[in-house]
Every structure is written in structure tokens, then in C-alpha cells.
Design a protein around this ligand. Structure first.
Ligand code: LLP
Length: 423
């Protein structure tokens, strides 16, 4: 199921059933119902240890990218492991503060921060605010002045590189909205140095997501290091070199991103320029730690096409529809043989599918399936479309599990709305 390092022993088969650590997935389905996200705490710990070990020789710090999975229980585990947090909204800031992260453990990014978000970042005393435009730099200076404080900033630079990944997850070239153009960044550091209420402390980039090769990172690091050299020469006291996240997982037989190929060029920059490297992994840490459990409601044929209609779809898990992303799908309980089917959801959209034309053992009504690599960008991107309550979330540790987010109820669906006679 989760075929990458750290994942293989976590989701495994025993007695014809799929287990997460010491718990059969069917037991979770029986007790909690489906659809349900199941995360392995041990897998998150293992992924984090492997990740940190790859950068152990480097002056560096990990800031987990909270957007990948913001469940409070997982945030708590990740904080205990020693990571900081990369947040992009006041909502994510609220979550990490609830989970015990201190200001100095937080970097605050995002291309469109409102004034109240800049204020919240300042009052949380975050380590760095990543600024993505001249307008934002000036606004932050004003907000900090009003609060009689000084904002630690990094400029997010768009290095103009194009990783080989889905167009929607590229962020490092000029046909995307992110960051400041490489050729404009030095002027912005000059401006920042002259503003009284901002202190430029870092340089930042994030070139995209689900990237499998080192080449675009090397190029970005080379371009940013060049800029950092020039900025340091002007007397600006940079301390941090943040290369963002984006480290990809294996897919269709490609190997997952080789972290060593990133550690090496970062190590060179860090020792030459005396900067601490910041890493913002999201997917790499949590995707293999999670599956989405669902139940087959109906099986049907349309012409020669076989459909398995399940109780989960793009409302719970958007990635297949939105990015045409491939996620492994397996029966969670004793089925063998092979057929070809579309595994689809209940949503009234043709684009609502988990997998199309998949080879899968023949399934029957009531069968349980597990969608793999669902620990990142799964629940966080879910919605109430078609007025469907959002799924439950469960964390497994050893041979125990607990519900860390209850399934939404019908009342949850209408919370905050007014009935006609209440208006
Ligand atoms: N840092 C910044 C500034 C980011 O924008 C992101 C992701 C990350 C770090 C973490 O990237 P990761 O290591 O998880 O690839 N919804 C998409 C992914 C969007 C990622 C957005 N930014 C998906 O499901 O593939």
C-alpha cells in the first residue's frame, strides 16, 4: 500500500487483510464507519527521523508545512519530534499555537496575507514572515510600526525554474503568482534595509510540489545563493536560507526524491555563506502515513465499463480529480483476482473519481477499500460539496487507535446558517 521507505511495514497484509500497524483496517471501519482517514503515528515518526537524518550534517531546521495535514493530533506529534511549522494563514497559525508551537518555531508565508494576518504573525512573534511583493513589504512595515515592533522578514524569491511536475503545483517560474522576480529581489532587500520596522533576516523560495529530481532545486539554490552573496555584501544581516518543500514521493515506479541530492548543495551554501537552511516538507512526511478507507456501495456496468461506486469521492479526496493524481487503491479485506474498473464516488460530477481503469481484484457491495498516500492534501482539501459531512480522522499507534476528528454531523453542515424565520 504505502510502498515507500517507512511505509511498507506500516500498512501491511496479515491473514488476507490490510492492517495499519497493529490494527486491522476493518476494525476501524466497523467501529468508526467510512469514509475515514487513518494515519499511522509511527509512520510519521519514522518519516521525520529519516528526513532529519538526511540533513543531519547541515546547519538546518525542519518547518513542517502544515497545509499538507493540519490535524491537531498529528501537529502535536510533529512538534514533539522537534519540527517547527510553516503556516500560510491565521487559521494555520491558530492550529499550531493550539498544538504547542512557540513563535520561534513558526515561519509565516502566503502570497496574499491580510492586515489581520500580518498582525497575528507579529503578535505571535514568529521567527520569519515571508514577504512576496513590494506592496506586502510596505504594508508589513506599516503594521509593525503601528504595533511599535519590528518584523523579521525573508523575501520569497521566484527563481524562474520549471520542475517537471503538474502545472498546478509549479510555483517557481513567472507564469505563477508566487514570490518576487529574481531580478527585482536585490532592490527589495535595499528597500527593506531602509525601512524602520522590518528586519531582513532571510531569503526564501519554494519551487513547487511533488518534485522528483534535484536539478531544479540545484538551479534555484545556485540563483538564490548568488543573490544572497550580493545582499550580504550590502551589509544586510541575512541568517536564513529557506528552500521550501516539494520533495516528491514515488509514483508509477519512479523513485522518491533523493534527499541527499538536496543536502549536498545546501551544505555548500550554508557553509560558504554562514546561513541556516530551512526546509519545509509537507507531503514527504505525511502522505505515506495515511490511507482513506471507504466502502463499495454498488457495482455496475455501463456497456463494457465496470464501475465501483463508493461512499467517498472528490468531496473527501480531491487529488485524483484535480491533478489527475494516481493513488493506489486496494481492497482492505480478502479479495483476489483481477479486473479493470473505475472506482468512483457519490458526487454528481463526472470528474468525481478515485481511480480510472484500474486493475483491481473484483469487488462486491460492502467491500472495504483503502486509498493510499492519502495522509497529505487529503482531509485538508476536503469539502462539504453536495452537503456531505466530512470524514472522520483516526490515528493509529501500535495496536490502539483513536478518533482524532469525529465525523461531521448534519447539524455541523448548517452551523452558522440562519433559517428563514430566524432572519
Ligand atoms: N512550502 C511552501 C511555501 C509551499 O507552498 C508548500 C506547498 C510547501 C512548503 C510544502 O510542499 P510539499 O513538501 O508538501 O510538496 N495540493 C497539492 C500540493 C500543493 C502544495 C502547495 N504548497 C497536492 O495535493 O499535490
Amino acid at each position: 500500500m504505502s510502498g515507500s521507505s517507512g511505509g511498507r511495514s506500516i500498512f501491511h497484509e496479515r491473514d488476507g487483510e490490510l492492517w495499519c500497524e497493529g490494527v486491522p483496517l476493518s476494525r476501524i471501519a466497523d467501529e468508526v464507519g467510512t469514509p475515514c482517514y487513518v494515519y499511522s503515528e509511527t509512520a510519521v515518526r519514522q518519516r521525520y527521523e529519516t528526513f532529519s537524518a538526511a540533513f543531519a550534517g547541515l546547519d538546518s531546521r525542519v518547518f513542517y508545512s502544515v497545509k499538507a495535514n493540519h490535524n491537531l493530533a498529528l501537529l502535536r506529534v510533529i512538534r514533539e519530534l522537534g519540527a517547527g511549522a510553516d503556516v500560510v494563514s491565521v487559521g494555520e497559525l491558530y492550529r499550531v499555537q493550539l498544538s504547542g508551537f512557540q513563535g520561534s518555531d513558526i515561519v509565516f508565508g502566503g502570497v496574499g496575507k491580510r492586515v489581520d494576518e500580518l498582525e497575528a504573525a507579529l503578535s505571535a512573534e514568529v521567527l520569519i514572515i515571508n514577504v512576496e511583493s513590494e506592496g506586502e513589504l510596505r504594508r508589513l512595515n506599516d503594521v509593525a510600526a503601528a504595533g511599535s515592533t519590528r518584523a523579521p522578514v525573508a523575501i520569497r524569491v521566484n527563481p524562474g525554474v520549471e520542475p517537471d511536475t503538474h502545472a498546478y503545483t509549479q510555483t517557481g517560474h513567472y507564469r505563477t503568482k508566487f514570490g518576487v522576480a529574481l531580478e527585482d529581489a536585490a532592490d527589495l532587500y535595499d528597500l527593506a534595509a531602509g525601512l524602520e520596522h522590518v528586519e531582513p533576516v532571510g531569503i526564501d523560495a519554494h519551487i513547487g510540489s511533488q518534485i522528483l529530481t534535484a536539478a531544479p532545486y540545484r538551479e534555484a539554490i545556485f540563483r538564490l545563493a548568488d543573490l544572497a552573496r550580493r545582499v550580504l555584501k550590502t551589509g544586510v544581516g541575512l541568517r536564513y536560507f529557506d528552500i521550501g518543500g516539494g520533495y516528491g514521493l514515488e509514483q508509477h515506479g519512479d523513485a522518491e526524491f533523493d534527499l541527499a541530492t538536496l543536502a549536498e548543495p545546501l551544505g555548500e551554501v550554508s557553509s560558504e555563506l554562514g546561513l541556516t537552511c530551512l526546509l519545509e516538507p509537507g507531503r514527504w512526511l505525511v502522505a505515506p502515513a495515511g490511507v482513506l478507507l471507504a466502502t463499495v456501495l454498488y457495482t455496475k456496468r455501463l456497456g463494457d465499463r465496470l464501475y465501483y461506486v463508493t461512499d467517498t469521492g472528490s468531496n473527501d479526496f480531491l487529488r485524483p480529480s484535480y491533478y489527475d493524481a494516481y493513488h493506489p487503491i486496494e481492497p482492505a479485506r480478502g479479495r483476489s483476482g483481477s479486473t479493470v474498473a473505475d472506482i468512483v464516488g457519490p458526487i454528481c460530477e463526472t470528474g468525481d473519481f478515485l481511480g480510472r481503469e484500474r486493475s483491481i481484484p473484483p469487488l462486491r457491495e460492502g467491500d472495504l477499500i483503502a486509498v493510499g498516500y492519502a495522509g497529505a492534501y487529503g482531509f485538508v482539501m476536503s469539502s462539504n460539496y453536495n452537503s456531505r459531512p466530512r470524514a472522520a480522522e483516526v490515528v493509529v499507534r501500535g495496536d490502539a487507535f483513536r478518533v482524532v476528528r469525529r465525523r461531521e454531523t448534519l447539524e455541523d453542515l448548517v452551523t452558522g446558517e440562519l433559517l428563514r424565520d430566524e432572519q
